[in-house]
Ligand binder design. Structure first.
Ligand code: B12
Ligand code: SF4
Ligand code: SF4
Length: 263
């Protein structure tokens, strides 16, 4: 166990703006499905580093979508970049490392984009950052579920972090996330991913883009097609492609009062 390297890595993460960092040894992933254990992603994996970045609470209360979009997109790219920085730090010291995409890219063919290569939530729970709550998200003590996660799998033998003992989510006796989920996609023991995905469908994500392109394809004549191409909706879609396509729903995050710090 390299405790000095672990401390230096944690210091670098904090200096880069990470709010929470924890380390889990690969033995904590025994229950993970085949193909989704650390060693399936990096053959000589020894440890998994999890980071969490707290989202601005204002992100979840602004009614202006493009204001929400900026914070969200920035959080996503920062987590990827910091993960990369940590992986570079470890590789410079001779330890092979990989980073897990925040969301995309992921397997769009067999898994239909609904199953990541490696679960950030389970990794973060195994690293003691929080516990998976009733909303199926990682709920942390200090920031509730309003954290974006990143993961580095490495061949370095890093010192493990303790697991979180108490559960920040009281479960059924709260149940606010279940009640707040617009399509009723959340259940006591899981989530209907398709329902959740449908709710997140918005003019500004992939399904929205495909629906709009289809509208152009089936338009009656050339004039109609031109109108659809030179429309405001097309400009919105273009902007989302440039700035980041963001799911439109987040009620199960915003409603949770655990770790809420702002009025
Ligand atoms: C696909 C995906 C979705 C799908 C499916 C969601 C889901 N719950 O699976 C859809 C589009 C519906 C979705 C929605 C949302 N997502 Co999403 N999503 C992902 C993504 C890319 C993969 C998740 C995944 O693989 N699911 C499939 C498998 C792994 O999950 P599962 O079926 O629950 O796994 C079972 C088994 O496989 C097993 N298992 C899997 N791995 C392991 C490991 C161990 C050790 C064990 C014991 C078991 C185990 O346990 C499960 C059985 O209960 C992750 C990023 C990532 N790579 O982790 C983000 C991620 C989960 N999403 C996130 C967010 C924020 C959202 C949304 C709020 C949308 C938004 N506004 O961004 C909603 C919330 C929905 C919800 N309440 O869960 C965040 C969650 C942050 C947090 N605090 O936990 C993540 C982690 C992205 C990130 N980098 O931070 N998402
Ligand atoms: S993101 Fe929206 S639809 Fe999906 S589980 Fe959360 S509240 Fe329900
Ligand atoms: S809203 Fe309540 S039940 Fe849902 S995750 Fe937060 S604390 Fe748990």
């Amino acid at each position: 166990m390299d405790s000095r390297l672990t401390e230096r890595l944690k210091r670098l993460a904090k200096a880069s703006g990470v709010d929470l960092i924890g380390i889990s040894p690969i033995e904590r992933f025994e229950g993970a499905p085949k193909g989704h254990k650390p060693q399936d992603i990096l053959p000589n994996a020894q440890a998994v580093v999890s980071i969490a970045l707290n989202a601005l609470e204002g992100t979840f209360s602004t009614p202006v979508f493009h204001v929400y979009q900026l914070s969200y997109a920035l959080l996503r790219s920062r987590a990827n970049e910091i993960s990369y920085q940590l992986a570079r730090f470890l590789e410079e010291r001779g330890y092979r490392s990989v980073i897990i995409p925040g969301t995309m890219p992921l397997d769009m063919i067999e898994k239909k984009g609904l199953f990541g290569a490696f679960s950030h939530r389970h990794a973060a729970q195994a690293a003691g950052l929080g516990k998976i709550g009733l909303n199926q998200l990682l709920v942390t003590k200090n920031f509730g579920p309003r954290v974006w996660l990143g993961t580095v799998i490495t061949s370095a033998l890093l010192s493990p972090s303790p697991l979180l003992e108490e559960d920040p989510c009281p479960g059924e006796e709260c149940g606010k996330c279940l009640a707040a989920c617009p399509p009723g996609a959340l259940f006591l023991n899981g989530i209907d991913k398709k329902k959740c995905l449908e709710e997140g469908v918005h003019a500004q994500n992939l399904s929205g883009l495909l629906k709009y392109l289809n509208k152009i394809l089936v338009a009656e004549n050339l004039e109609e097609r031109k109108k659809l191409l030179w429309s405001a909706e097309m400009r919105v879609l273009y902007q989302s492609l440039v700035c980041g396509m963001i799911p439109a729903c987040d009620s199960c995050l915003s409603v949770c009062s655990v770790g809420r710090r702002c009025v």
